[in-house]
Design a protein around this ligand. Structure first.
Ligand code: SAM
Length: 295
């Protein structure tokens, strides 16, 4: 049942807030924030600033902290409020709660109790960066924050090497930007392109694309480029084409293989067809496997 101000009782609203520019907030988000009984916020002060910026200071008394160190206990409190019929808004310091930010645990627990959860969409740094990157691919992969230690970071990056036709998206803190980019170059090579989306929606917003091999020079070319908040996007790469051998070569190889030892069959097939010995050998092994395995 809606309250007088238009939010529903006993409902959790997950509200997206700006990632820098205070005005990047929806009308609906402002309506919800002004109407709910309680706001669960990552940092109370940060929420107060947001509300004050939109002349919603009357809402101050209702802010409760919910951050990564108290999410479980805060979730209990919020669930009690919801069960009492109160409407609660969940916000984080920036962007969308639950995206590299606390909130997912609360939402999970609220949904597990069959209490309503309503999303109020807003900004997210990953999608903001993607939208202005000019990168084209059928898929993108949001990774978020990489591990802080180089060895582990390189291992995680290496596991993304076969993510073909896809744009991997990372978040990174300014004090790790140089080492993170160095690891990216070590894993993906100097020619893969990276896009830096820095300080999005803020005064010093920068969107810069270059090959990974030039990225450290660019960052070090001006100390200011290493400051602020970063989204890093890697250009998509195509899946390497498996070179096929011609159907005629496959047929010739199969005939020779029936009559000759494998090595000789491959040698002769290469001479007759001009195909690479390596590819013919791989095909011969496959043929051998196929014909020796039971039907
Ligand atoms: N929940 C947020 C979202 O929806 O994007 C992300 C929060 S996460 C704790 C913060 C990270 O997001 C920053 O370290 C940075 O990598 C990225 N980020 C947030 N705001 C940004 C901005 N204005 N410009 C570039 N990156 C930003």
């Amino acid at each position: 049942m809606p309250t007088a101000a238009g939010v529903s009782r006993g409902t959790l609203y997950v509200v997206g807030t700006p990632i820098g520019n205070l005005r990047d907030i929806t009308l609906r988000a402002l309506e919800v924030l002004s109407a709910v009984d309680c706001i669960a916020a990552e940092h109370v002060q940060h929420a107060q600033k947001l509300l004050a910026g939109h002349l919603l200071s009357a809402a101050h008394a209702r802010i409760v902290p919910l951050h990564q160190h108290n999410e479980d206990s805060a979730a209990h409190k919020i669930i009690t409020l919801l069960e009492q019929g109160k409407a609660v808004a969940l916000i984080s310091d920036a962007g969308t709660p639950g995206v590299s930010d606390p909130g997912a645990l609360l939402v999970q627990q609220v949904r597990a109790r069959n209490l309503p959860v309503i999303p109020v969409p807003g900004a997210s740094a990953a999608l903001t960066a993607l939208s202005a990157s000019g990168l084209i691919a059928p898929h993108f992969f949001f990774y978020g924050f990489l591990p802080t230690k180089s060895g582990e970071r390189q291992r995680k990056l290496a596991s993304l090497k076969t993510l073909y036709a896809c744009i991997p998206i990372f978040y990174e803190a300014p004090h790790r930007i140089l080492e993170c980019v160095a690891d990216m170059q070590a894993v993906f090579g100097a020619t893969r392109e990276i896009t830096f989306a820095r300080e999005l929606t803020k005064l010093f917003e920068t969107i810069h694309t270059c090959p990974l091999g030039e990225a450290l020079d660019w960052l070090q070319g001006d100390e200011n480029r290493q400051r602020g908040e970063f989204v890093l996007l890697l250009a998509p790469v195509e899946e390497p084409q498996q070179e096929e051998i011609s159907p005629q070569a496959v047929q010739i190889l199969a005939i020779l293989q029936k009559e000759l030892p494998l090595k000789q069959a491959v040698q002769l097939a290469a001479e007759i067809t001009g195909e690479s010995k390596k590819r013919l050998y791989a095909r011969a092994l496959l043929e051998q496997k196929l014909t020796s395995s039971p039907p």
